[in-house]
Each structure stands twice: as structure tokens, then as C-alpha cells.
Unconditional design. Structure first.
Length: 268
């Protein structure tokens, strides 16, 4: 699968993965700032943005997509950052292909099972027939009864693309995202897996995605993990508190890299 991507700057690669219903444009502002220090690579995950549509959606598949993409880009090692769903893709990649990841940054996501939290979003999206829309204002009006938050509506409507003929179409593969949603709220990692490198987990103080009780599960998979909280931020930390997030991540990336391999006990 040929994933869509965009690059900024030069140097050691920093790969950034967006969340559910998002695309690589969500991280462009911070990417431009990191471009003075790194080769920043923004990626559209399968069934999102301008990347190809596929008939299946799962974290092992997306991690495989990313590993193949990095090989195509001649990237044998990178810093890997993911937000929300992209955070789980980043975790799965670090656990499955640990040699590819120097340092891991996960923004407002834990590796555990989550409950269904997007049924209202799917209802709002299914309320639209993109091909019949005259403009984005009409789309916003049709979504409003299902989604009160204007900011969330505008975020979702970034997925609308003008069709060549008339009306609009979804860039994302809405049908597969909805059908395979249970795969997207599923946990990542299995018993015995671990990532030996350093990991930074950043949560929003006003977000409910990463709880104190998630810490043991995080450390079981990522024994060198650190946890930072941006007190005044919700789930979209990169949009709400970009300076604080930039500072936290930059300080983490500038630390000397270490790894902690688990020893396998000798037999006998």
C-alpha cells in the first residue's frame, strides 16, 4: 500500500501519525517547527486522507503498512509519534518492529481496550449524502442535529473533498471505519511483548483517555515509559496547547537514547 505522506526538513526522521477521522494536515503546524531539527514525515494512515482505501482496518495491518512505508523511504530507524488512534498504531509498530523505532511518543492514548465513544460521530457522518451537497455550509447544517460541537463538526468536514463531477465525496473510507470500529478500540500488545526503547506518554489533564490506573499496563509494554500531563488540554493537545506539547516532546527527544532489553532466563 502506497501511503500518502508529506515531508519537512532534514536530519534524523520523526514520523507523525494522526488520529481517527484525521489526516496528516492535522500536524502540519508542529511539523514545520520540528523541521529545523528533524526530517519530519507526516503520514496518512490507510482509509484516511489521501492514502488508499482498503477493505480491512486493524492495528497489526496499519503497523505493517508503516513498516513497509519506512522501508520504501529508506528509513531504518526513526522517532515515532502518534495521536489517539495513531498512538495505538505507533505502539503496535514499536512492539512489532522495535528495531525501527528509536523513541516513541504517544499523545493521549493508552494501549488498553476502549469503549465505544464515536457512535454520535458516525451518526452525524451518515446523516450526510456528500454527492448531494451544494457546499460545506449545508453539510455543517445537516450534521448539527447529530453533533452539537462546532469544532468537532469542522474537524470532521475536513474529510469532504469536491467531486470531479458535482457535489462532494468522503476522502476517508467511512464504511470500513464504521464496520471495523471494534478493531480500532481494541487493545494493542500481547503478554510477553515489550518495547525496549524510551517512550513518552502525554495526556491532556481535561481528557479522559489516559487514567492513572492505565500506568501499570503502559509500563508492562513500555518499561522505559515516562508520563507527562498538559493540565489545561483535552484530547487534541497539539491543537489546544501546541507550545507545551512542543516543549515536552523536544526535551524528551534531546535526552540521550537508552534501551532496556529483557533477558531471557537460561534453561537448566
Amino acid at each position: 500500500m502506497q501511503l500518502n505522506y508529506k515531508t519537512y526538513g532534514e536530519g534524523f526522521p520523526l514520523v507523525i501519525l494522526h488520529g481517527l477521522f484525521g489526516n496528516l494536515d492535522n500536524w502540519q503546524t508542529l511539523a514545520r517547527q520540528w523541521a529545523g531539527h528533524y526530517r519530519v514525515i507526516l503520514v496518512d494512515l490507510r482509509n484516511h486522507g489521501r492514502s488508499p482505501h482498503a477493505d480491512e482496518m486493524s492495528y497489526p495491518l496499519m503497523a505493517h503498512d508503516l513498516a513497509a512505508f519506512l522501508e520504501e523511504q529508506s528509513v531504518d530507524r526513526c522517532h515515532l509519534l502518534g495521536h489517539s488512534m495513531g498512538g495505538k498504531v505507533a505502539m503496535q509498530t514499536a512492539l512489532t518492529y522495535p528495531a525501527l523505532v528509536e523513541k516513541l511518543i504517544v499523545v493521549d492514548m493508552a494501549p488498553r481496550q476502549y469503549g465505544r465513544g464515536h457512535d454520535d460521530v458516525f451518526a452525524a457522518l451518515h446523516a450526510l449524502d456528500p454527492a448531494s451537497l451544494e457546499d460545506r455550509r449545508e453539510a455543517d447544517e445537516r450534521m448539527r442535529p447529530h453533533m452539537e460541537d462546532a469544532g468537532v463538526r469542522q474537524f470532521l468536514l475536513k474529510n469532504l473533498a469536491r467531486d470531479n463531477e458535482e457535489g462532494f465525496r468522503w476522502r476517508m473510507n467511512l464504511e470500513v471505519l464504521h464496520r471495523d470500529y471494534d478493531n480500532l478500540i481494541a487493545p494493542v500488545g500481547t503478554l510477553g511483548q515489550h518495547f525496549p526503547g524510551q517512550a513518552l506518554f502525554v495526556r491532556g489533564g481535561k481528557s479522559g483517555y489516559v487514567h492513572d490506573e492505565d500506568w501499570d499496563g503502559i509500563q508492562a509494554l513500555f518499561p522505559l515509559a515516562e508520563l507527562a500531563t498538559v493540565a489545561d488540554a483535552g484530547h487534541w493537545i497539539h491543537a489546544e496547547r501546541p507550545r507545551e506539547l512542543l516543549s515536552l516532546i523536544q526535551a524528551f527527544l534531546e535526552k540521550p537514547a537508552t534501551r532496556k532489553e529483557r533477558r531471557v532466563p537460561d534453561e537448566g
